[in-house]
Design a protein around this ligand. Structure first.
Ligand SMILES: C=C(O[C@@H]1C=C(C(=O)O)C=C[C@H]1O)C(=O)O
Length: 379
């Protein structure tokens, strides 16, 4: 670089630094305004997440961007990232308490990660929360006196037994709820053990989400829905979307959504390990999609093996879903072995047709994800 270029670049870079500093000031200002919105919502008992407001705001800003010669997607990306920040910050203000005369909430398995997350959300909403963990059963009967909600969030393998053996003496008006990732067996156990209101919940996210905004919670109705309506309302105020489901249908979906997928991910990792794959060069040569794939596989092994064993072993019928996958894999392999390229293409088309409009939609979605993956690279 000659001196002139250096000087020119330096001048322009100073100006850019100035603009970025102004952006910071504007961000500070926006965060403060959002905090005020949070306070207003808190006192009015409004949900943290306002999808209509977001859609209207995004549409307006996109149109304005267009007239200014800015890619609409750029402002949309920036605003969506800012809105994520808003959910996190609004959360700190706390939430409206929907049911003020509930009495205690006891979280069984309260020291687990999901238990702690729910404990935090209930506390932020003004409820009196008690945690009951493995070593606390000697105090359980006193803890259950005056409880308005007992929420079970223990490993799947012990859920039903624990419900039947330990939760038979709850106050009659107390709500019994669980967060287990299968629903049929725990629902049956709760309904058979407790005479009062029963509801099954399955949060479709892990404990590391910063906020409930836009997250999905599956609801399986048990008994006396009006008694636990406030609980569903409360979860909506936290920003989550509730999806009602029949326990059997939910469990069937989980054979694919959870058991089959986690098991395939496990085998993918197992294979990399057995093959002694050279991770450094895989990373070096990775395209964005492969980087994302490695991240999704690798993140499994950063988590608890017991948790995943529980999820995969939870339903006997998952074995069928997984065996079918293996059969399809083996059969597709024979196409490859026979060198029948036309047959491969025929099947490819068949699957593409089956995906229909979803295939291009997924391509569009994944493009944005892949760009974020690439943005995250620092060298
Ligand atoms: C700030 C608000 O709350 C949330 C955050 C928004 C934002 O950051 O602009 C917009 C809508 C809400 O999901 C609001 O309702 O205006």
């Amino acid at each position: 670089m000659n001196e002139k270029t250096t000087a020119e670049l330096e001048k322009l870079r100073d100006l850019i630094d100035g603009v970025d500093q102004q952006l910071l000031l504007l961000l500070r200002k926006r965060l403060d305004l959002v905090a005020q919105v949070g306070a207003v919502k808190h006192s009015a008992g409004l949900p943290i997440y306002a999808p209509e407001r977001e859609a209207a705001m995004l549409a307006k800003r996109r149109a304005e961007a267009e007239t200014m010669g800015i890619q609409p997607q750029l402002i949309e990306d920036v605003l969506r990232r800012l809105m994520r920040e808003s959910y996190l910050n609004e959360k700190d203000v706390g939430f409206k308490q929907v049911k003020e005369d509930l009495g205690k909430i006891v979280i069984v398995g309260g020291k687990g990660q999901l238990g702690q997350l729910f404990a935090q959300m209930f506390s932020l909403s003004g409820y009196e929360v008690h945690l009951l963990d493995k070593d606390d059963w000697h105090r359980a009967s006193t803890m259950f006196v005056g409880a308005g909600l007992v929420l079970v969030t223990v490993p799947i393998a012990v859920t039903c037994e624990l419900i039947r053996e330990k939760l038979a003496q709850l106050p009659a008006t107390c709500i019994l709820a669980d967060l287990t990732s299968i629903k049929t067996a725990p629902m049956t156990a709760m309904l058979e053990t407790h005479r009062g209101p029963v509801v099954g919940l399955h949060p479709m996210f892990g404990p590391d989400v910063g906020s409930f905004a836009k997250q999905v919670v599956v609801v399986c109705h048990g008994r006396e829905a009006p008694a636990y309506d406030w609980l569903l309302e409360q979860i909506k105020i936290w920003g989550a979307r509730l999806v009602e489901a029949e326990a059997i249908k939910h469990d069937k979906a989980m054979q694919l959504v959870q058991a089959m997928r986690h098991f395939s991910t496990f085998v993918y990792g197992l294979n990399l390990c057995r093959e002694q794959a050279d991770m450094q060069s895989l990373l070096q040569f990775s395209s964005p999609i492969y980087r994302l794939e490695l991240a999704m596989v690798g993140r499994l092994f950063a988590q608890s093996p017991e948790l995943y064993a529980d999820i995969i072993f939870a339903q006997k019928d998952s074995l069928k879903a997984i065996s079918d996958y293996l059969a399809n894999y083996a059969e597709a392999l024979t196409v490859l072995e026979s060198g029948n390229r036309d047959e491969f293409i025929r099947r490819f088309r068949e699957v593409a047709q089956w995906f229909g409009d979803l295939a291009p939609q997924f391509q569009h979605e994944s493009r944005a994800m892949l760009q974020s993956v690439n943005d995250m690279k620092s060298h």
